[in-house]
Design a protein around this ligand. Structure first.
Ligand code: SAH
Length: 347
């Protein structure tokens, strides 16, 4: 079987070019076609010798996934359902705002974390995505953009736990942040994690100023374990300590995500307790209204209740924002990806 071209690192591509009796700079030429000119085939790369293009075609496939569904929401959010070579599917999303184009990407097929309100974990983890598969999501969404439109931000908040697939993710992001790749600053990339302390430290050690978002969802261990089962083995203190280290090493203020579930973690005491945890930290709270998952019992609180939650956090000097919902009419909102394509009962 042909290899996925995007699995090759730049160094590997340079070596491959040399092995074909070609100068190493051919690797940069190929990258320019892929990242700048949004090529979708090797034959388009007209400044390469024909023999090299043919050799690329013989050995590699540039894009290996099939776009099996492409939906566009009323707010121009677009969602791709991508079928991988092993028939597994993942989703990724493009969101537009006047001054930004943000994409949300997946890192695994399914998820092992089992957060009780999230659709992605309902069927467990199938496998992690490879570097090439992650990069392919990014490049396919980049090709959805218009000629004058450029990608400005990436959030790694799709299906899966990014820090459980950190090596592949970082390898893909190397191409994204490289000036000869997409040239996007790590400051425009946010990695969201359930909170895996050793991996948070490893991420800090890369020396790249990625933004880190930690899915806290509860200020007390009992409640957090109920919502985020893996917390049983980790605990809030360890998550916060690793996040503090992340801030110290990278200088990037950590975001805490908190999905508001009516009657579960939205009480005034929860807000006060969360405020107490974060008031002496360089933190920002991103409240996410629960996005409906048809087979799950959780719903978002009323607007006044959400406003009260924000007010209580602000009373302690904690900056809090409520996440805007995007692409709701095509099930592109967070926590809903992939489910409908997999579970016949909610089709
Ligand atoms: N595994 C990573 C990325 C998950 S998705 C993490 O846990 O952070 C990004 C965010 O969406 C997480 O905070 C996740 O808890 C949240 N989320 C999951 N399901 C949701 C739902 N149904 N409604 C709102 N937010 C949800």
């Amino acid at each position: 079987m042909k290899r996925g071209f995007l699995e090759l690192t730049h160094a590997e591509l340079q070596s491959w070019c040399e092995a074909q009796g070609q100068p190493r700079f051919r690797a940069d030429q190929i990258r320019r076609w892929i990242y700048e000119k949004r090529a979708s085939s090797f034959q388009e790369m007209l400044d390469l010798p024909k023999a090299l293009r043919d050799q690329l075609d013989t050995e590699f496939v540039l894009f290996r996934s099939n776009i099996v569904n492409h939906q566009v929401a009323r707010d121009r959010t677009e969602k791709l359902l991508l079928e991988q070579v092993d028939q597994e599917t993942i989703e990724c999303v493009l969101m537009r705002e006047p001054d930004r184009r943000t994409i949300c990407i997946s890192t695994q097929v399914g998820c092992a974390m089992g957060c009780v309100f999230c659709a992605s974990g309902l069927m467990g983890l199938k496998r992690s995505l490879t570097r090439g598969e992650i990069l392919e999501e990014i490049l396919l969404l980049d090709r959805v953009l218009g000629i004058g439109e450029r990608l400005t931000n990436i959030v790694v908040m799709g299906i899966g736990e990014p820090l459980a697939n950190l090596t592949a993710l970082l390898s893909a992001l190397d191409e994204v942040t490289d000036s000869k790749g997409l040239g996007l600053s790590p400051r425009r990339i946010t990695i969201s994690t359930v909170g895996l302390p050793p991996k948070m430290r490893e991420l800090a050690q890369t020396g790249k100023p990625f933004n880190l978002a930690v899915s806290l969802h509860a200020p007390l261990n009992d409640l957090r374990t109920q919502l985020v089962p893996i917390n049983d083995r980790i605990g809030i203190d360890a998550v916060l300590a690793a996040a503090d280290e992340y801030f110290e090493i990278t200088g990037r203020r950590v975001t805490y995500e908190y999905v508001l579930l009516s009657g579960v973690n939205d009480q005034p005491e929860h807000a006060d307790e969360l405020g107490r945890l974060l008031e002496h930290r360089q933190a920002h709270v991103n409240l996410i209204p629960m996005n409906n998952v048809e087979i799950l019992p959780y719903v978002e609180p009323t607007a006044p209740r959400t406003a009260e939650f924000v007010r209580r956090l602000e009373a302690r000097g904690v900056v809090a924002t409520v996440r805007k919902r995007k692409g709701a009419d095509i099930d592109a909102a967070c926590g809903q990806l992939r489910l409908k394509s997999e579970l016949p009962i909610v089709k």
